[in-house]
Design a protein around this ligand. Structure first.
Ligand SMILES: Cc1cc2nc3c(=O)[nH]c(=O)nc-3n(C[C@H](O)[C@H](O)[C@H](O)COP(=O)(O)OP(=O)(O)OC[C@H]3O[C@@H](n4cnc5c(N)ncnc54)[C@H](O)[C@@H]3O)c2cc1C
Length: 504
């Protein structure tokens, strides 16, 4: 296959109409950049490009610009295994973007970036053993067509351009400012304003304390309560190791293991003794909110800890602001918007100059791209997944879908190793097509939702779960287990000549 070994920087006018690479990585977020690093270091002979719809790297950390935007995972595990994290565990969006920019610069990934390239359609040809990838620019004009032997999908799971905003009666009558956290206006002045934040997840827990400093008051209006995990934003282990002169690579490795161990214990305990875990979470909250803090009704969730991502509150900032009277909570549903605020179902009027919708995402399967294999459209909702990373009937494609309860990026490293091993295995065998085959004895097995709803059930997944690929029963090969500890053993041990793989 003809390849261009050194991708040139984007220059629309100078580009030929069709560009061919060994591998195309879709998306320049934390998954795409990590995957590109693994490809470049573990398969140095492969030519590749990274196609990104936006004009910059970062994905989620580029899109989200609301005040205080930060991770809710520690960066020792949300950062890559190969690039030490040297700041406080919880990082701001700016710090994460800087970390990603450093990874790109240090590894010469910038020349592979093709910004402003929106993929609309990918078609696989078994005759050519190539994907044809049709693109357009953000202004809708046609972009180049790419061809590649392998597609490494790192496009995330939600629509970056259109957030989820429910429709409430009276919204059009509201005279104040209504803004969604995902489409923030950085020029908006909220000093001295009365603000209502709709939502209670990680985004709300971030934006509320950040706005409370300047605002007159912030009300968190939630339909139902969330679990919060308050903890100082520092790692005693990392601090101590640095104090005694340990190098940053070792600090990163040890602190990462420490966080993994803590997460694993918390995950197990949340299932085995949820009441006890909740009592401990409450005790941590009291340290910031005060000893007499009332948990009923606003902070007593209806699900068990870990069925949704725990919202981490570094240094308990949201609860300190509650103690200072700058923030309050209302648990109720919205009946309608009034010209001056919101009336709840129980008849309470909340006056607001600004309403911030922290109401979450719209799931977008495979970046909204149309897929075709040998002329037949792919219906992802009817497609069984192999370990939540490859798909029956869709050759030469892997999707990096990370973890919900552990840092997403742990899976970026794990699948980086796997995909590179697979590509090397194909080269050794002298083949250029790999397909996933459901073994005969599983044919006819019922297709089940991507994830069990009693395992993990945030709104954006529940709303659109039917659109995602399907698992086949409970076998680890045919589902995304969402279990890093299981997968960190199982995925490296996959037999690439097992019955699930068909090569040509
Ligand atoms: C505010 C916020 C905080 C979060 N905090 C954490 C956290 O602390 N820990 C954690 O584990 N997870 C967190 N998450 C989940 C988070 O989305 C993932 O962890 C991670 O950032 C996803 O990275 P990604 O690269 O896979 O996808 P994304 O960050 O979504 O990036 C995908 C990229 O692909 C591009 N793309 C998509 N479709 C196309 C297309 N058709 N053509 C071209 N380009 C396309 C997009 O423009 C985007 O740049 C958070 C999410 C949000 C929204």
């Amino acid at each position: 296959m003809a390849t261009i070994s050194q991708p040139q920087p984007t220059d629309a006018a100078a580009e030929p109409a069709t560009l061919t690479f060994d591998v195309l990585i879709v998306g320049a977020g934390i998954s795409g950049i990590g995957s590109a690093y693994h490809l470049k270091t573990q398969c140095p002979g492969k030519s590749f490009a990274i196609l990104e719809a936006k004009e910059d790297i970062g994905g989620t950390w580029h899109t989200h610009r609301y005040p205080g935007a930060r991770s809710d995972s520690d960066l020792y595990t949300f950062g890559y295994r190969f690039k030490p994290w040297i700041g406080p565990p919880i990082a701001t969006a700016d710090e994460i973007r800087k970390y990603l920019r450093d990874v790109v610069a240090e590894n010469g990934l910038d020349t592979a970036m093709r910004f402003g390239t929106v993929i609309r359609r990918c078609s696989w040809s078994s005759a050519d053993k190539l994907w044809t990838v049709e693109t357009h620019r953000r202004d809708g004009t046609a972009g180049p067509t790419y061809r590649a032997n392998f597609l490494w999908m790192c496009q995330g799971y939600y629509d970056h351009d259109n957030p989820y905003l429910p429709s409430w009666p009276g919204m059009a009558d509201y005279k104040g400012r209504l803004v969604h956290a995902q489409t923030w206006d950085e020029d908006m002045d909220y000093a001295g304003k009365r603000i209502v934040v709709i939502g209670s997840g990680a985004t709300a827990a971030t934006v509320i304390p950040a706005m409370a400093d300047k605002a007159a008051h912030v009300t968190m209006l939630q339909r139902s309560p969330t679990y919060f995990f308050c903890y100082p934003n520092r790692s005693d282990l990392a601090d101590r190791l640095r104090e005694i002169g340990v190098d940053e690579e070792t600090v990163h490795r040890c602190t990462r293991l420490d966080y993994l161990n803590t997460l694993k214990t918390l995950d197990r305990r949340a299932r085995e003794e949820p009441e006890m875990v909740f009592e401990e979470l409450k005790e941590l909250i009291r340290q910031y909110a005060g000893p007499d803090f009332e948990f009923e009704p606003h902070f007593t969730p209806r699900y068990r800890p870990w069925q949704q991502r725990l919202a981490f509150v570094p240094d308990g900032d949201m609860f300190s602001r509650m103690r200072e009277g700058k923030v309050s909570a209302v648990t109720d549903t919205i009946d309608h918007f009034t010209p001056t605020g919101i009336r709840t179902a129980s008849g309470t009027d909340i006056e607001a100059d600004i309403v911030v919708a922290a109401t979450g995402f719209k799931l977008l399967v495979m970046g909204g791209i149309e897929f075709e294999v040998d002329g037949v459209a792919v219906d992802w909702s009817q497609t069984p997944t192999y370990r939540g990373m490859m798909f029956a009937g869709v050759p030469n494609l892997a999707w990096v879908f990370g973890y919900f309860r552990a840092a997403w990026t742990l899976r970026v490293d794990l699948l980086g190793d796997f995909v590179c091993k697979l590509l090397r295995h194909m080269a050794d065998k002298g083949v250029s097509q790999v397909g996933i085959v459901v073994p005969g004895h599983l044919a006819g097995e019922t297709l089940l939702p991507w994830i069990e709803d009693d395992n993990f059930n945030p709104g954006y997944l529940m709303r659109d779960m039917d659109k995602l690929p399907k698992r086949l029963g409970e076998r680890p090969e045919w589902r995304h287990s969402q279990d890093y500890w299981l997968e960190s053993v199982d995925i490296p041990a996959i037999d690439l000549d097992g019955e699930e793989f068909a090569y040509r």
